[in-house]
Design a protein around this ligand. Structure first.
Ligand SMILES: Cc1cc2nc3c(=O)[nH]c(=O)nc-3n(C[C@H](O)[C@H](O)[C@H](O)COP(=O)(O)O)c2cc1C
Length: 409
């Protein structure tokens, strides 16, 4: 086999390795998958405008978010059900994030508990220290992604557990009041193998008891109830448990119930970016959920510029520094990360790229993905004449569909 040279190579191997049930869950998007495709192709429309004769002998990828230094602006996005990718699941991913000093967000839909992920991360940090290895970043830097449950006590319990386990921010996913129309998962009645289960709901007997999943043993929830229901078990779980009535008022409720910084994940318009600042959230994640929720929405790179203007203006009105903007969706190259940062992101998240690494070779596979993307970002920076992330701005990219570009033709 030829050597791995880019994340696409790893993706190809992962696609060959995964069974159809898992591949459909990881790979596909909602409805006609227009947004999924757009997420990737839109990056190609942005051209790089490199500057030359600048000293790029040292290129520093590190960034600071909420006072925490990360080795790179490429962070690990929350993705559910990681044991479908590798038997170590979330444990492998968090260990890799520790080894690379990468930001990490654990999904509510994880197949490993909050506490087990936290303890694996702490052990990995200790192991690095005992080997005398250093990473270019602070220890910690783990965030928890929360879906808000109809039963608020479930959400509060998850928040308390995440706080107690040392997670440093809450990522509230707001683009999934109901699950997107994922046709592939419907067609094959997507299921979790019976030996897997949600990692965080073992003590939530009442969660099961209070839902129409009552009476179904945990294992058989995982095996799916497609015969009894037109949907598949994940759609049904979301419908039964997650709260579609969430509004901005609930963001106030969340703020009252935690001291952790709150980021909203799934912002796609400048109007909502302004509201996020107005309601005092600490950061936003410009995301279309990897094309898995509302199909037909724009690629995030295309809305970043206006969202970053809105955030700057709204923050200035409050006499505050602009809140951080993180972008995700379709990032498969370090140059994609460069372009997103140029268009206004402070950092980016990667979802599927991490999953492909996990399928390819567990913890080491995720490390390989992070290494490749970080080196590609370093290369993009050096060849564009940037030695620090803060130097990357919109002068380094040209959107081929923009008026400026068209006027030059
Ligand atoms: C298999 C899979 C599971 C996901 N699970 C979650 C989740 O549990 N919570 C969440 O907020 N986002 C979830 N996402 C969305 C990711 O956090 C992220 O927004 C998206 O994957 C970014 O796009 P990319 O995969 O093209 O990098 C999931 C994405 C995938 C592909």
């Amino acid at each position: 086999m030829s050597r791995i040279a880019c994340v696409k190579d790893i993706e190809e191997i992962a696609i060959r390795k995964l069974d159809k049930n898992a591949l459909d869950f990881y790979y596909t998007g909602a409805q006609d998958q227009l947004t999924l495709a757009n997420n990737r192709t839109c990056y190609d429309r942005y051209k790089l405008l490199p500057r030359v004769l600048r000293d790029v002998s040292k290129v520093d990828l590190s960034i600071t978010l909420f006072g925490h230094k990360f080795a790179s602006p490429i962070l690990v996005a929350p993705t559910g059900l990681q044991k479908l990718a590798h038997s170590d699941g979330e444990l492998a991913t968090v260990r890799a994030a520790v080894r690379k000093g990468a930001g990490y967000t654990l999904s509510t839909m994880s197949t490993t508990s909050i506490e087990d992920v936290a303890s694996a991360a702490l052990k990995a940090e200790k192991a690095l220290s005992s080997k005398g290895q250093t990473i270019d970043g602070d220890k910690g830097g783990r965030w928890y992604q929360l879906y808000v449950f109809k039963d608020r006590s479930v959400s509060l319990d998850l928040i308390r557990r995440a706080e107690a386990a040392g997670f440093e921010a809450l990522v509230i996913t707001v683009d999934a009041p109901i699950l997107g129309n994922r046709l592939a998962n419907k067609r094959n009645s997507f299921t979790l193998p019976s030996h897997m289960e949600f990692g965080n709901f073992k003590s939530y007997a009442k969660l099961v008891a209070s839902s129409n999943l009552a009476g179904v043993e945990k294992g058989s929830i995982a095996q799916g109830t497609a015969e009894a229901d037109p949907g598949y078990w994940l759609a049904r779980f979301s419908k039964d448990q997650l709260d579609p009535s969430l509004t901005w008022k609930d963001i106030e409720w969340l703020k009252e119930n935690t001291k952790l910084p709150i980021l909203l994940k799934g912002i796609l318009t400048h109007e909502d970016a302004r509201l996020a600042v107005y309601y005092g959230v600490d950061g936003i994640i410009v995301s279309n959920h990897g094309g898995r929720q509302l199909d037909g929405v724009p690629a995030t790179i295309d809305v970043l510029s206006e969202i970053s203007v809105a955030v700057r203006e709204a923050s200035a009105q409050k006499n505050k520094k602009p809140i951080p903007i993180i972008a995700d969706g379709g990032i498969m190259r370090g140059s994609d990360a460069f372009k997103a940062i140029a268009m206004g992101a402070d950092a980016v998240m990667i979802g599927r790229a991490v999953l492909w690494g996990l399928v390819y070779d567990g913890e080491n596979g995720v490390c390989t993905v992070l290494d490749i993307l970080n080196e590609e970002l370093r290369l993009s920076m050096a060849l564009s004449g940037c030695s620090r992330i803060s130097e990357i701005d919109s002068s380094y990219v040209l959107d081929q569909s923009s008026e400026i570009f068209l006027s030059k033709l």
